[in-house]
Design a protein around this ligand. Structure first.
Ligand code: GLU
Length: 425
């Protein structure tokens, strides 16, 4: 198999483009083996910028999808395209029309292409005009360039979005004029949002870059995106990339629209996050946050509560460095009794020989008992004192990770604030 991924660099790589890239890659890496060509369709000179090309390569690299040939620039192949246009005119397959060149499409009959997902598709020639293949300045048009490139590059399978279906008979007709048989096509189903409308920005992250910024893991994205139109069976949801490579086939790609639901991706990503070894997750978080001072013990206790890498900082930043206290959280838990609960807790914690989870927990539960209050009357003031918020990883684990000096220092600061505010008892 020779496959190609052929993005137009007119913007970021969107979810649909990521799926097309992934499916091509899975086929190329699969048991039948294949070559994946990366072809940049940059003939729209105004919208195709080097920055956009960079963005697409970046997105593919982040997704860990590699290629075997390219990136090739379609625009740089202009002379090949012109050569074929001239030959088609010379051979009578095409003719000049007021400076432009049109391909001669028979009035009768039909062109049939084979599609690995849809079967044979027949297009009546009566519905296809003699279409323009070169502008009057000689520059080639899209369908001409794509077909010439696919032929020259020996592409055997064109796997692409459904939106290209209407181009297919024209490209097959160019193939015919080139004296070559068209490749096998596979048109992937449309992508919808959960509301059944065509996928767009309204539905959440639209580009691969945004997925990365939102803290998704590339392996989770590959798994989720693979399921947008494909399934090995009716029920399996989790596939390692190795399994996807082994099991993916065009025959099991659906014809009906697939739904991209970021809520499901989040859920799936959460499972991938929880399965990472803490050391590995720490590494990923350091890269994601661009700081190398993220301590692994902090990651280990936040991991259970995270669905994305982006969830870490709001949840656990206080374990890395002190955070400003949330006023609402403070007002909520630092009322009557907070000062005494904190003061007693401080004493109990200071008495500990070793500042570790089990001992910490026993000491604080002792305070709860002595004061005869609900556990949260003690734990919540401590939580707000050390984290600045009412939600955090487990309080005993958090104190353990912070260590004695930091924990006591933050509790002291909270006690001081209660005192200077005229404090309640
Ligand atoms: N350049 C086209 C696009 O980005 C893809 C063309 C093709 O796959 O044939 O939509």
């Amino acid at each position: 198999m020779r496959l190609r991924f052929a993005p137009s660099p007119t913007g970021a790589l969107h979810i649909g483009g990521a799926r097309t890239a992934l499916y091509n890659w899975l086929l190329a890496r699969g048991s039948t083996g294949g070559i994946l060509i990366l072809r940049i369709e940059d003939t729209d000179r105004e919208r195709s910028t080097p920055e956009n090309v960079e963005q697409i390569l970046d997105a593919l690299t982040w997704l860990e999808l590699d290629w075997d040939e390219g990136p090739l620039s379609q625009a740089e192949r202009g002379s090949r395209h012109r050569e074929e246009i001239a030959r088609m005119v010379a051979e009578g397959h095409a003719y000049p029309d007021e400076g432009a060149v049109r391909l001669r499409v028979p009035d009768e009959g039909a062109t049939t292409v084979s599609d690995a997902i849809r079967g044979e598709i027949t297009f009546q020639h009566a519905d296809i005009d003699d279409f323009v293949i070169a502008r009057s300045d000689g520059s080639p048009l899209y369908n001409l360039a794509v077909a010439v490139d696919d032929r020259d590059m020996g592409v055997t399978h064109v796997v692409r979005g459904d939106d290209h279906l209407s181009n297919t008979p024209r490209q097959a007709l160019v193939f015919k004029a080139l004296g070559a048989a068209p490749p096998t096509y596979a048109h992937l189903p449309l992508l919808h949002g959960p509301d059944g409308k065509k996928l767009s920005k309204r539905h959440g992250a639209a580009s691969v870059q945004e997925l990365r910024e939102r803290g998704y893991l590339p392996e989770a994205v590959r798994n989720y995106v693979a399921l947008l139109g494909w399934g090995a069976d009716a029920t399996t949801t989790f596939f390692t990339t190795r399994e996807l490579i082994e099991r993916f086939s065009l025959e099991r790609v659906s014809r009906s629209p697939a739904v991209f639901d970021e809520v499901k991706l989040r859920w799936m990503n959460g499972r991938y996050v929880r399965e990472l070894a803490p050391a590995e997750l720490t590494e990923r978080l350091r890269r994601f946050l661009g700081r190398d001072d993220i301590p692994e013990p902090a990651v280990a206790i936040a991991q259970e509560k995270m669905q994305t890498l982006a969830d870490f900082w709001p949840l656990a930043a206080f374990l890395v460095e002190p955070q400003a206290t949330d006023d609402v959280a403070w007002a909520k838990v630092m009322g009557d009794g907070a000062s005494e609960a904190l003061g007693r807790s401080r004493e109990a914690l200071a008495r500990l020989d070793r500042f570790e989870e089990a001992g910490l927990e026993a000491a604080l539960r002792g305070v709860v008992e002595a004061l005869d209050v609900k556990p949260k009357a003690v734990f919540q003031p401590i939580r707000v004192a050390v984290s600045g918020r009412t939600i955090s990883p487990g309080i005993f684990e958090s104190l353990t990770v912070l260590g004695r000096d930091e924990s006591l220092g933050r509790i002291d600061a909270a006690l001081e604030r209660l005192r200077t505010a005229g404090g309640s008892t």
